[in-house]
Design a protein around this ligand. Sequence first.
Ligand code: FES
Length: 106
Amino acid sequence: MAEYETVACVGDIPEGEGRAYTVNGRMIAVFNDQGEFRATDDLCPHMGAPLSDGYILEGAVVCPWHAWRFCMQDGGWTDNPALKIDVFDLKLDGEDIQVLVPEKDG
Ligand code: FES
């Protein structure tokens, strides 16, 4: 059965910003895009920057190091959507932000 873990409260993540949380051993970035919350991998597949330190532009997170952009809905790299980061289901329970717990790698 799908299991969700509370990672933060709604007020913990300012609009337009992200924060990183560890869920079942994975670093997950949670973003506040104009009051909509999204969860993606925190690790940029280019050179490993923390995407949670990036900023949001038109529904995509912009990597803080070299500005690669990833769609926060499907994880696709905007230059070539064949390259994807993982996105994670997320729900709100009152003020709690809950992320679907990912499978352990390996
Ligand atoms: S590390 Fe993210 S674009 Fe280079």
